[in-house]
Design a protein around this ligand. Structure first.
Ligand code: ADP
Ligand code: ZN
Ligand code: ZN
Length: 739
């Protein structure tokens, strides 16, 4: 019998499998597809996944290396998840091995056993006395022993930090025989008769209608778009549908945007259910992530909540997928495997034959289009659940008005009036830092980034210039680097400057800033929200971090300082994003008694899209934007793929893309494909970034199928192209950012 040949997917960008012989001494029968193997690769070792075992290889037998070690007796990856990864790799034109490695928890990629970990638990030893005389001079050990004694089921190792238990003290207690160690698994969650830990809210008629419609779609694939204004009670609908899913003995997967990860969101799920909730998000460490993944796979977790990559969590009994804030850009991964978790979630629901619910106050154009064409059933919630009214919108034309740190005089008056009435103000400006540029008034020097075609932002508080594109940091100069003059002026305004100015204008109230710079620490955010909840007059200044996931019932004025970026931009999606942000920010404000007011400063106050949005609302805006996209032949009415390249030398990336373009033209002829246009190559809008010159080639197609036929052959050809070796290149299927 010929030697078994193992075809293995490796975490490499090359879109092919690699052949190995079996590890010495491992019989063919032990080699299950899906199992992980450690293999030699060049001078390194990699961990790959066995795709199939065959008898034949194109590699000459003498060159075939044996794999080093078989890591799994069985595939850690259930077949359904493997199928999803296969689909993902094909659709995004990405190597299967690399796709699998994005989909798997880090520790599995590193070879950790794919089993729920046995954990160490600390218990009080039999007969141990809390006042043991040996501890009279060891207060820390005494305290530790007391803490342990308070936990009759033992203290899990992972909780030691939280309980401020010190490992050394425990070690000493163990030596004295006062504590004992038990190694066991966490208890699996029990089946519950009553899944509810708190009563549900009675649904209002709109919520009930939505929940009923979705319920009739249970048990098989159905996609729903729940379009509900902020505060309309979408989450309550999710919670009740999840309860029904649990009652049916199934699991629910909930994806939320990174930025919504407030403890408030999670606490709401935890308060509601007697259920094991597995969390997979950026705040969870690798070990916890693997445990959550395994608990979901083995059916021990009932609800799985996570951000983008949680989409790849296996479930033993999948029942429902929910994508909250489905329009959110954080669902699209912008590096490596450039997948869109929302789109893949729909594919997954289809593969698993379960319902999927996409929710948003401001649905994406893509999802609205899918609803219009009947692929998704659309459900509306028009009213705020608590009875609060929708805010009123006012456009404030600031053409030729002086701006004082970005704030016009009428805006200042509106803020003053609101504070005088004892209410709170939210000032929104989607730009961090003090000012986007530092300018020498004498010679015109600008704070350009040495590595990018961009200006460095002034961060006054830290005395730095920072490039928001590449992360480059310099000390803020006191003299002009060119002419040595001291008259350096910050131009324009960011949140830091607005905060400073508002603090001077309104010294009697607190001014709280919320952006990535101010809220790097979790507690800072909590303190801030507590201040706001107390309800005294104050001003909140912030970026889009303010736009998500929180309710500020006492805010009655939302001041949007700059809506122009969304109206000027060359990116056709900029207006959609602007509209979503405005509506989301506006949705934070107002309560039953005092409807909110939203004032939008703009130099383009009469722009038709802005008028539509403010006078007729998001859905009217979306209709207008969709019809513009249709006539311009833009997504969702066409399909895009973007080939990006970057290189250290100018021209090099474009050279590669020129060749790629000719190759694509050849293939279009050869494969007789029509309805596909190649646009470019052109330099990227910001040509130089982080020291590299960037260019791009856009492929635009009327239909998905021919586009994917082209991409398949094209990528194989590009991998062979010598000019591709000198540049960094990548393909982005369905790009959401053309820059
Ligand atoms: P959304 O997810 O649409 O922003 P939420 O579910 O967070 O809305 O609901 C907004 C507020 O309204 C919450 O405080 C919630 O407790 C409350 N709420 C939701 N549904 C109801 C209901 N049926 N009756 C009373 N209050 C409700
Ligand atoms: Zn100068
Ligand atoms: Zn830079």
């Amino acid at each position: 019998m010929p030697d078994a040949i193992l075809r293995i997917a490796l975490p490499s960008p090359l879109r092919r499998l690699f052949d190995y012989r079996a590890p010495p001494g491992v019989p063919r029968s032990a080699l299950q597809p899906g199992a992980r193997l450690r293999v030699p690769f060049g001078r390194r070792e990699l961990i790959g996944i066995l795709i199939e075992v065959t008898d034949h290889s194109e590699v000459p037998a003498g060159k075939l290396k044996p794999a080093l070690q078989l890591l799994d007796a069985q595939s850690p990856l259930p077949p359904a998840l493997f199928k999803l990864c296969l689909w993902t790799a094909q659709y995004y034109q990405h190597s299967l091995g690399d796709t699998l490695s994005w989909a798997l928890p880090v520790l599995l990629r590193q070879g950790e056993p794919a089993e729920v970990r046995q954990e160490r638990f600390w218990h009080l030893a039999e007969g141990a006395q809390l006042d043991d005389p040996r501890l009279s001079r060891a207060p820390r050990q005494r305290e530790a022993l007391q803490t342990i004694a308070q936990h009759p089921h033992g203290v899990a190792q992972q909780l030691l930090g939280q309980l401020q238990l010190n490992k050394d003290s425990l070690g000493l207690l163990h030596e004295k025989g006062l504590v004992r160690i038990e190694i066991r698994r966490h208890a699996a969650s029990e089946r519950h008769l009553n899944w509810l830990a708190e009563p549900e809210l009675p649904l209002n008629p709109e919520q009930r209608a939505a929940a009923e419609a979705i319920r009739t779609g249970f048990g098989r694939f159905n996609a729903f778009l729940l379009a509900g204004v902020t505060g309309s009670g979408k989450t309550e609908v999710y919670l009740q549908l999840i309860r029904e899913t649990l009652e049916a003995g199934k699991q629910a997967l909930v994806l939320i945007p990174e930025i919504n990860l407030g403890p408030q969101t999670l606490a709401r799920f935890e308060r509601r259910f007697n259920a094991r909730i597995a969390l997979l998000h950026s705040g969870v460490n690798d070990r916890e992530r693997l445990d959550a993944w395994l608990a979901a796979r083995d059916g021990e977790a009932d609800i799985i909540i996570g951000t983008r990559s949680a989409l790849f969590t296996p479930m033993q009994r999948p029942g429902l997928i929910i994508i909250d804030e489905e329009h959110d850009a954080s669902y699209k991964q912008q590096e490596g495997l450039r997948y869109h978790a929302r789109d893949l979630a729909v594919v997954r629901a289809h593969q698993d034959n379960i319902p999927i619910l996409l929710g948003s106050a401001t649905p994406s154009m893509e999802s609205l289009h899918n609803a219009h064409s009947g692929r998704y059933a659309m459900l509306h919630l028009h009213q705020r659940a608590g009875g609060a009214q929708q805010p009123r919108f006012l456009r404030l034309d600031v053409k030729s008005r002086p701006l004082d740190s970005g704030i016009s005089a009428p805006m200042q008056q509106a803020i003053a009036q609101t504070l005088a009435a004892g209410q709170q103000v939210l000032v929104f400006l989607n730009r961090r830092g003090f000012a986007p540029t530092l300018l020498c008034h004498d010679c015109g020097w600008l704070s350009e980034c040495p590595r990018c075609d961009a200006r460095m932002t002034v961060h006054q508080r830290s005395g730095e210039l920072r490039c928001h594109h590449c992360g480059h940091v310099e000390r803020q100069p006191s003299n002009c680097p060119t002419c040595n003059n001291v008259d350096l002026r910050p131009v324009g305004a960011g949140t830091e400057r607005a905060e400073e100015r508002l603090g001077i204008l309104f010294p009697q109230v607190p001014v709280l800033r919320v952006d990535r710079d101010s809220t790097s620490r979790k507690e800072a955010m909590t303190t801030l929200f507590n201040t706001v909840q107390r309800g005294e007059p104050c001003i909140l200044v912030g970026t889009q971090m303010l736009a998500k996931g929180h309710h500020f019932p006492r805010v009655t004025l939302v001041a949007i300082l700059d809506a122009d970026g969304g109206l000027f931009s060359a990116d056709f999606r900029a207006s959609e994003r602007m509209a979503q942000l405005i509506v989301q920010v506006a949705g934070r404000a107002g309560r039953a008694e005092e409807p909110g007011k939203v004032i939008i400063q703009s130099h383009l106050a009469d722009h038709p899209l802005l008028v539509q949005l403010t006078e007729q609302g998001y859905f009217a805006f979306a209709e207008q934007a969709l019809s513009e996209r249709r006539s311009a032949g833009l997504p969702p009415f066409c399909h895009l793929a973007l080939l990006r390249a970057e290189a250290h030398k100018p021209g090099q990336a474009e050279g590669f893309l020129d060749e790629a373009c000719s190759e694509a033209e050849l293939l279009l002829n050869e494969l007789k494909l029509s309805g596909i246009e190649l646009l470019g190559p052109v330099p990227a809008p910001m040509e130089r970034r982080a020291g590299r010159y960037r260019a791009q080639l856009l492929v635009q197609a009327n239909a998905r199928a021919p586009l994917h036929r082209l991409l398949g052959s094209w990528m194989l050809a590009l991998e062979q192209m010598p000019s591709g070796r000198a540049v960094r290149w990548s393909l982005d299927v369905d790009p959401i950012d053309l820059f």
